[in-house]
Design a binder for this molecule. Structure first.
Ligand SMILES: Cc1cc2nc3c(=O)[nH]c(=O)nc-3n(C[C@H](O)[C@H](O)[C@H](O)COP(=O)(O)OP(=O)(O)OC[C@H]3O[C@@H](n4cnc5c(N)ncnc54)[C@H](O)[C@@H]3O)c2cc1C
Ligand SMILES: *[C@@H]1O[C@H](CO)[C@@H](O)[C@H](O)[C@H]1NC(C)=O
Ligand SMILES: *[C@@H]1O[C@H](CO)[C@@H](O)[C@H](O)[C@H]1NC(C)=O
Ligand SMILES: *[C@@H]1O[C@H](CO)[C@@H](O)[C@H](O)[C@H]1NC(C)=O
Ligand SMILES: *[C@@H]1O[C@H](CO)[C@@H](O)[C@H](O)[C@H]1NC(C)=O
Ligand SMILES: *[C@@H]1O[C@H](CO)[C@@H](O)[C@H](O)[C@H]1NC(C)=O
Length: 490
């Protein structure tokens, strides 16, 4: 892939779309393992950070530990595993600058469409910049565009919401000037965002009510890593060890949840019971109908969510909405919750590929229903990779396994003088489709028909976990169900 194509402007070997944590990480992997590959990152926003730049709601923070959410090549070196968005952004900024990745990012470059040509084996992108459209050409396209729609939230039907007289706010589009001090706030939802918002808003609001249809598992985590290595080893070693420890621990906990659901359920609920005030009941407010890890667990640092319940400023209602009225919400139980502000923390609209129109040889390419190949490439799509993370561990770990796999694939293409790779389902193979992401939440179910799929066998299978995927990335067999087009063939 190092053969330069003369006479083309804006030509790179690898073009990454998105300067979120996945795109930055891929850039590092590419520049360190394929130093002769010219690459660029096109970012639609004015700053890096992706998710951590977009979301501005009060208290926004990670709910993974930063030791595993952070980069393997520049480990998180602070003591707190949970960090606010501003700290995550600053960390990404520092990491990118330290390794010169920032010099490869073009901000305010929004990719509109990408079109592949089989005859010259190149991608041509239309990119919006300063109101005009420019063109970029690349051999290999990498989507670091995340997994949800930046412009639109998930549409939810809330009966009567138009009647509400105060502000209705979605966490993805938080108004900078929203004043909620001494106001009555109702937050609709029970996911990670609601769990973050409650303690944060309760600091100044008159009252915060979290209104949920059904509860989630909430686990308290100390916001301080107490590694025994701190006193004896240098900082970087401690960070790496902590990272490794957490990778293994999270995995063991996940397996434990899956194998002993009843026991974990009892343990988790006992933990909740210890922290909530006596006036609040575990059942129904904290006792989910599903098993631990059927959906993502919600983390709360130092029990901040439970503390806000004890303060009397926050409460949880488990009920259905009958109708929203001008000044509150009438519930099916008959009760009415007075409200000055309604926050709809009802989820993200999943979307893959950053809303970019993709075409192959002039024909529109629809990702819906296509099979993911090793969760990195896509069936029938030449020279294009997707940086997808895990949902049952830190996202970045999965995105990193993808990047490592990708760099190895690119090296293989170089070595064998392959100009294009295209995953193909073998003729006659019957592959049972599986869900794209192995979680069962409302917003995943809502988007399933628009998303690609994974399969039940071979390279189409979903991944398992970081350490296994890492080994596969480095040593696994990578040519299975992969069409390779030689550079010389026309
Ligand atoms: C509120 C919230 C909290 C989360 N907390 C966690 C957590 O604690 N742990 C965890 O593991 N996961 C968490 N996640 C999931 C999280 O999104 C990922 O972990 C991670 O930040 C995704 O990184 P990314 O780089 O893949 O995508 P993103 O952060 O979404 O970045 C994608 C980038 O691509 C750019 N882009 C998209 N389309 C285009 C285009 N057409 N042209 C140019 N640029 C484009 C975007 O502007 C953006 O900068 C959270 C998600 C949300 C919404
Ligand atoms: C976690 O700890 C750090 C460092 O003490 C602090 O800055 C941060 O605000 C804490 N985060 C949360 C969500 O409590
Ligand atoms: C990131 O760095 C740039 C300059 O390199 C600066 O303008 C920006 O404010 C920084 N952002 C954060 C969140 O630190
Ligand atoms: C777990 O609990 C459910 C209902 O409480 C019960 O039906 C089931 O048999 C239990 N499973 C195990 C493995 O004990
Ligand atoms: C997903 O959830 C729905 C409804 O909550 C349930 O009917 C279904 O069995 C669940 N599926 C899996 C795979 O857990
Ligand atoms: C979660 O882990 C299991 C392995 O126990 C794996 O089969 C599954 O695909 C993982 N899901 C995701 C979305 O990573």
């Amino acid at each position: 892939m190092h053969v330069p194509t003369p006479g083309r402007e804006n030509f790179v070997d690898v073009l990454i779309i998105g300067a979120g944590i996945s795109g930055i990480n891929a850039a590092y992997r590419i520049q360190s393992q394929l130093p002769d590959h010219k690459y660029v990152i096109l970012e639609g926003r004015g700053e890096m950070g992706g998710t951590w730049d977009l979301f501005r709601y009060p208290g926004i923070r990670s709910d993974s530990d930063l030791f595993t959410f952070g980069f393997a090549w520049h480990p998180w070196n602070q003591n707190n595993p949970i960090a606010e968005a501003s700290a995550i952004k600053a960390y990404m900024n520092d990491s990118a600058r330290l390794f010169g990745i920032d010099r490869h990012i073009l901000f305010h470059h929004k990719v509109l469409s990408a079109s592949y040509s089989s005859s010259d084996k190149l991608w041509t992108l239309s990119v919006e910049y300063k109101g005009a459209v420019t063109t970029f050409v690349t051999r290999f396209l990498v989507f670091g565009t995340g997994y949800y729609d930046y412009e639109q939230p998930l549409k939810t039907e809330i009966p009567g919401i138009d009647q509400f007289q105060g502000p209705v706010v979605h966490p993805q589009f938080w108004p900078e000037d929203l004043d909620y001090s001494n106001k009555k706030v109702v937050i609709i939802g029970s996911g990670a965002t609601a769990i973050t918002l409650v303690p944060s808003m309760a600091k100044t609001a008159a009252k915060v009510t979290m209104l949920q249809r059904s509860p989630s598992y909430i686990v308290s985590m100390p916001n301080r890593s107490k590694s025994i290595f701190h006193s004896i080893l240098p900082g970087r070693m401690v960070s790496l060890l902590t990272r490794f420890q957490l990778i293994v621990k999270t995995r063991l906990f996940y397996l434990f949840c899956r194998n002993f659901p009843n026991m974990t359920k009892r343990m988790l609920l006992r933990g909740v019971h210890r922290q909530i005030p006596e006036t609040v009941a575990v059942d129904p407010h904290f006792s989910p109908r599903y098993n631990p890890w059927d959906q993502r667990l919600c983390l709360c640092p130092d029990g901040d969510f439970f503390k806000s319940l004890s303060s009397g400023k926050a409460e949880v209602k488990t009920d259905l909405i009958d109708a929203v009225q001008g000044d509150g919400i009438r519930l099916k139980s008959g009760e009415t919750l007075p409200a000055d502000i309604v926050v709809t923390a009802t989820g993200l609209k999943l979307r893959l590929g950053g809303g970019i129109r993709v075409a192959v040889d002039g024909a529109p390419f629809d990702l819906a229903g296509k099979l993911m190949w090793h969760m990195v490439l896509m069936q029938d799509l030449p020279n294009a990779a997707f940086l997808l993370g895990y949902t049952n561990a830190s996202w970045t770990l999965g995105a990193d396994a993808s990047s490592l796999f990708l760099t190895r694939l690119l090296r293989m293409m170089d070595r064998k003088a392959v100009a294009a790779v295209i995953p193909r389902k073998d003729a006659g193979a019957t592959i049972q489709p599986r869900k794209f992401l192995d979680l069962n939440s409302t917003y995943l179910n809502a988007a399933e028909k628009d998303l690609p799929k994974t399969g039940d066998r071979g390279p189409w299978k979903a991944r398992t976990y970081y350490l296994a995927d890492l080994i596969f990335s480095k040593y696994g067999r990578i040519g299975e169900s992969l069409e390779m087009v030689k550079a010389s063939s026309v």
